[in-house]
Write a new protein. Structure first.
Length: 207
């Protein structure tokens, strides 16, 4: 996957990894989620580093998650200033209003699901929209941490169990695995929402 990047990007990533390992992964994830674009490289690096040092897999996955969260927070805060102008260049006013309504009703899912999905999902557009539509910060951070955390820890655990075959699996089945993870997240979310509604109804009935 590194071979598909420009020469300067390959050299920069190789140099960072040689200098800092997991800490370098934090930097690369931050760049990818903020001002740069390095699709699927973080996933591949989590796998590669975990192959080299399986015991440190939780550290690598955590660094990738934290770097991604902080990178997205950068875009999120910038979106408060001039973010809607950027959206208006890509969408009609009607589309923007529909998306605004969806964000207001589904703050968590609207960020968490794109965080798990692979390219070409326009993830940064969802992050930008979250800033423009003023998604509550705790929901934004929680959705990002869970979405990215599930993604990177999933590859880490697969690497520990299946070794180098995980790279082949990543190339062939990334979209399918992401779809399964999204389905699981939706199921858990729906269960939580149903439990909340049930508790609220019981509270009303007993009042």
């Amino acid at each position: 996957m590194l071979a598909k990047l420009p020469g300067w990007a390959q050299a920069a990533i190789t140099g960072l990894l040689g200098a800092g390992g997991g800490w370098a992964l934090f930097v690369i994830a931050f760049i990818d989620s903020s001002f740069g674009t390095l699709p699927i490289i973080n996933d591949a690096l989590v796998i590669a580093l975990s192959l080299q040092n399986p015991a440190a897999m939780p550290f690598y996955a955590t660094m990738a998650t934290l770097g991604s969260v902080l990178g997205c927070l950068t875009i999120f805060y910038l979106a408060h200033k001039g973010g809607e102008v950027a959206l208006q260049k890509k969408m009609t006013p009607q589309q923007i209003e529909r998306i605004r309504g969806w964000y207001e009703k589904n703050e968590f899912l609207t960020v968490a699901i794109p965080a798990v999905m692979p390219p070409p999902t326009p993830f940064k557009l969802f992050v930008l929209a979250a800033g423009v539509f003023q998604v509550r910060l705790r929901y934004f951070v929680a959705a990002l941490a869970i979405g990215r955390g599930v993604r990177y820890f999933m590859w880490g655990f697969l690497t520990i169990h299946y070794g180098e075959q995980t790279i082949v699996f990543l190339r062939s089945n990334f979209l399918q695995v992401s779809g399964v993870v999204v389905a699981l997240m939706l199921t858990v979310y729906l269960i939580i929402r149903l439990r909340e509604k049930y508790r609220n109804r019981r509270g009303i009935d007993t009042a």
